[in-house]
Write a protein of this length. Structure first.
Length: 292
């Protein structure tokens, strides 16, 4: 590629909020056939809202939410924020937790009012030998709406469920359609469960999903796709996404995301939505075909 044509393309990109790091990123992007996207914060707003508290008989809704919010005050996860905010909006007084521990990709644990409380996904619950089979019908009904369900465990038994919704960004459906038209195979990766992931993917027409993925697994999934001969771009926004962005042939960071994600990326989307990927692809294509 000539320096001039690259400069024109990166200049045009920048005007549209698509920051292309260097010539290499632009050249590589033209060869990408597979686009992996993180769900939370990339396809969705990344600002989940508490939508339901479902206490188990014998437990009170306010109490289940108070225990959940008390634990989550120690976490910086977007799900934690949703639960704390939901409790505050409902006028619930949050208590103090001790022995707090966050378990990546699973949830949080601590002591509240002398009780051992846990809040998180099915993995967290089954890791502790707790039987959740009686709760799966209720959980799945919410997951089929694209919600994320968490289990609240008090002294070794499930006391209730809390459910949050993270709406899809307004720009996502049209961007996915345009990306398909440009020939990408689109894979959604998420730490969320299979059922929720499936509901979101079906609504958007995403080709494939990888659900229940731990943050450290995303880079491995990309490596496997590359070993199969694919050229892979990965779009993500979180601190946890940085290794996957670095592993990808082209890492694409949301400009609204974590600094370390942006540092690991070849392309940064200042506006924080997927429209920028459509733009970047057209620029890389135009630049490269000019040169040939
Ligand atoms: P992602 O960013 O792809 O949604 P994470 O690895 O951050 O994935 O989280 C995966 C899952 O782990 C969440 O969907 C949730 O079920 C559970 N989890 C993680 N952190 C928390 C937390 N602080 N409170 C409750 N659940 C959590
Ligand atoms: Mg994330």
């Amino acid at each position: 590629a000539t320096p001039m044509s690259i400069m024109t393309a990166t200049g045009r990109g920048a005007q549209a909020g698509v920051l292309i790091k260097n010539a290499e990123a632009l050249e590589r992007f033209e060869k990408v056939d597979t686009l992996m996207v993180d769900k939370t914060g990339t396809l969705t707003e990344g600002k989940p809202r508490l939508v339901a508290v479902l206490p188990q008989p014998g437990h009170d809704e306010g109490e289940v939410l108070r225990l959940a919010a008390t634990l989550e005050r120690g976490s910086e996860h977007p799900l934690a924020e949703a639960i704390v905010k939901g409790a505050q909006e409902r006028g619930i007084t949050i208590a103090e937790a001790s022995d707090f521990e966050a378990i990546t990709g699973k949830g949080v644990i601590g002591i509240v009012d002398g009780k051992k409380v846990m809040l998180g996904n099915l993995k967290l619950v089954t890791d502790h030998g707790i039987d959740a089979s009686g709760f799966l019908t209720a959980a799945n009904a919410r997951r089929d709406e694209g919600e994320t369900v968490m289990f609240v465990v008090v002294d070794g038994a499930i006391a209730g469920l809390v459910s949050v919704a993270d709406p899809v960004k307004e720009t996502t459906p049209a961007a996915i359609k345009a990306l398909h038209e440009l020939g990408f195979r689109i894979i959604m990766a998420t730490g969320d469960n299979e059922r929720t992931a499936q509901a979101v993917a079906a609504k958007l027409g995403i080709d494939e999903i990888r659900a229940d993925v731990l943050p450290q697994d995303k880079a491995r999934i990309i490596r496997e796709l590359q070993e199969q001969g694919h050229k892979v771009a990965m779009a993500g926004d979180g601190v946890n996404d940085a290794p996957a962005l670095a592993q990808a042939d082209v890492g694409i960071a949301m400009g609204t995301g974590a600094d370390v994600a942006i540092e690991s990326a070849g392309i940064t989307l200042v506006r924080g939505n997927l429209d920028g990927i459509v733009r970047a692809r057209r620029l890389s294509h135009a630049t490269m075909s000019n040169i040939r």
